[in-house]
Each structure stands twice: as structure tokens, then as C-alpha cells.
Design a protein around this ligand. Structure first.
Ligand SMILES: Nc1ncnc2c1ncn2[C@@H]1O[C@H](COP(=O)(O)OP(=O)(O)OP(=O)(O)O)[C@@H](O)[C@H]1O
Length: 289
């Protein structure tokens, strides 16, 4: 614990954000900000989140690279989900939540006044811990988003969007003969893949996943993990997980959080074999957590 209190801001930053040659950009909260890295899809600079008086996330700077899976790990309450939610402004719907600093998608500030939050959440989709299909048919679960975003103008076009989304979510062959049946009638693992199909249907660029396998058995978990690996060809993925094995299996980069600080973000292999920070070492070897 004492170590955390003595950490300097630089120790909580990722190596790339500490680069002296990084360019500066204008921010939202008047904090000194550093520009995004070249292959960053999403960049956070000095991002803090408060729930009322509580400072839950503390000055996090991090680049999320395109077409990679980035895993957020760390002990319960360290701020992983808080940070994840700030990446598509889901914290906006929490009373008393306040975000400072900069979060940029393709270099554009997502908290800027001109940003349409509905459009933003189509670009940065989210899959939750507990599968949450709408109380509608399997078809309608997938068609809902494209319909409200006007992504299909004819029934044939919508059929194509539904089929390709279900295919990409690895669910088509299991449900193609029962598309009119309720999504809630599927198994937990199928429901989660339906939720992934629903997220994919509006052509997102980034998919945020908050412990997507925590309600699933090992076989359903393995299927989702395989799917995540396939999806990263086309999407940038961020996953919060309590399972270090899962982070090691599915991600290329891992960020370790502790008490609201980003302690370290690096290649997953490095994090699990040769972490830079003692706190990370302590967590991955099970000394605390
Ligand atoms: N809606 C909220 N109102 C007040 N405090 C909150 C709220 N949501 C989270 N917090 C607090 O913010 C801190 C970070 O919580 P968060 O859920 O982001 O952590 P986490 O790392 O995702 O935890 P877990 O692994 O247990 O899900 C915690 O201290 C938590 O109690």
C-alpha cells in the first residue's frame, strides 16, 4: 500500500505517454495533455473519474492500439470498469460521475460538446458482464441498432446485416432456423454471442467488453475467447477481466490498475513474464488481489 502512495505520476504512466517527443494537444479540462501515439485508436490523457467526492480513476494516460486486444486487469475496485465506461461515455448516465482530462477516438475528443453520444456509442460498442438480450426475437435483437441508425433501407439489406453479424459472432449456424424465437431463450454463452452480434451490427470500430465471460461456463468462455481473437482482425477490443489467464490468452497488451492508478501498460507477454513495476509483479504472482 505504502508503495502506491509514493508512486510518482510518471510511474503510473505507460512508457509511450512518457515519451518526451510526444506532441501536445488541446484538452477539455485545462490539464497538460500529450498527443496520441501513431497507431492509437483511443487515447486517454490525464483522465480522472470522480463519483461525487470519490476520486475513482486518477490521471490515467494510455493508448489503445488499433486491431489489438487490450486487457484491463487489477484488484476489485481499482477502476477498470470506471475507465472502460469512460471510453464511450457510459459514465454520463451515472449520477454524480464526472470525467476530466482527454479521451480521444482517432484523435477527436469524445467529450467535446459537438459529439453525438448515440453515434459515439455506435462507434464504440459495449458488451456487459451479464448477457442482456432485449426481450425480443433473436432477429430483432440484432436488427434494432441498424434500424435506429438507418443502416439498412430494405428488408433484404436488414436480413444481410443480421446474418453477417450473427456469422461474425459465431452464432449463425446455431440460430438460423429460429430467428423469430426470443433471444432470452438461448443459453448464457449464446446470449453473450447474441449481444456481441448486436454490438457488431452497427459497425463499431471499438468493442468494450466488461468481464464478458464471468457469467459463463468454461466451454462458453472458450468460444467467446476464440471469437475475441477473430474479431480483432476488424475491431479494436478492450476487455476488463478478473482472470489473468484470460488476459494472457486473448490480449496483446495488458494494463494493470491499482487503487485508481494505471500502474503499467505493456505487451501482455512482458506484463506476465517481466513486469516493470513491483505492484504488477505482486498481483500477477498472487501476492495480493
Ligand atoms: N456508481 C458509482 N458510485 C460511486 N462509486 C462508484 C461507482 N461505481 C464505482 N464506484 C467506485 O469506484 C471505484 C472503482 O470501481 P470500478 O467498478 O471501476 O472498479 P473495478 O476495478 O472495475 O472493480 P471490479 O473488478 O470489482 O468490478 C470503487 O471504489 C467503486 O466503489
Amino acid at each position: 500500500m505504502a508503495m502506491v502512495e509514493t508512486m510518482t505520476p510518471e510511474q503510473t504512466r505507460t512508457p509511450e505517454t512518457a515519451r518526451p517527443d510526444a506532441t501536445r494537444s488541446e484538452g477539455t479540462a485545462g490539464s497538460p495533455l500529450v498527443g496520441p501515439g501513431e497507431d492509437a485508436k483511443v487515447s486517454a490523457r490525464d483522465c480522472s473519474v470522480y463519483y461525487g467526492e470519490k476520486h475513482a480513476l486518477k490521471g490515467v494516460s494510455l493508448d489503445i492500439k488499433v486491431n489489438e486486444v487490450t486487457a484491463f486487469i487489477g484488484p476489485s475496485g481499482c477502476g477498470k470498469s470506471t475507465f472502460l465506461r469512460s471510453l464511450n461515455r457510459m459514465n454520463d448516465i451515472i449520477d454524480g460521475a464526472r470525467v476530466t482530462g482527454l479521451i480521444a477516438l482517432d484523435g477527436e475528443d469524445i467529450y467535446a460538446r459537438k459529439v453525438d453520444v448515440v453515434q459515439l456509442r455506435a462507434r464504440v460498442g459495449m458488451v456487459f458482464q451479464k448477457p442482456n438480450p432485449f426481450p425480443k426475437s433473436i432477429y430483432e435483437n440484432v436488427a434494432y441498432g441498424p434500424r435506429i441508425h438507418g443502416l439498412a433501407s430494405t428488408k433484404d439489406e436488414m436480413d444481410d446485416v443480421v446474418q453477417s453479424s450473427l456469422e461474425r459472432a459465431g452464432l449463425w449456424t446455431e440460430v438460423k432456423d429460429r430467428l423469430d424465437q426470443p433471444g432470452t431463450g438461448l443459453s448464457g454463452g449464446q446470449q453473450q454471442r447474441l449481444c456481441i452480434a448486436r454490438a457488431i451490427a452497427v459497425s463499431p470500430e471499438v468493442i468494450l467488453m466488461d468481464e464478458p465471460c464471468s457469467a459463463l461456463d468454461p466451454i462458453a468462455t472458450a468460444k467467446i475467447e476464440e471469437l475475441i481473437d477473430e474479431l480483432r482482425q476488424n475491431y479494436t477490443i478492450v476487455i476488463v477481466t478478473h482472470s489473468m489467464q484470460q488476459a494472457a490468452r486473448v490480449s496483446q497488451r495488458t494494463a494493470f490498475f491499482h487503487l485508481g492508478n494505471l500502474v503499467e501498460c505493456n505487451d501482455t507477454e512482458q506484463i506476465f513474464t517481466n513486469p516493470l513495476h513491483k505492484l504488477t509483479q505482486g498481483y500477477i504472482t498472487g501476492r495480493f488481489g
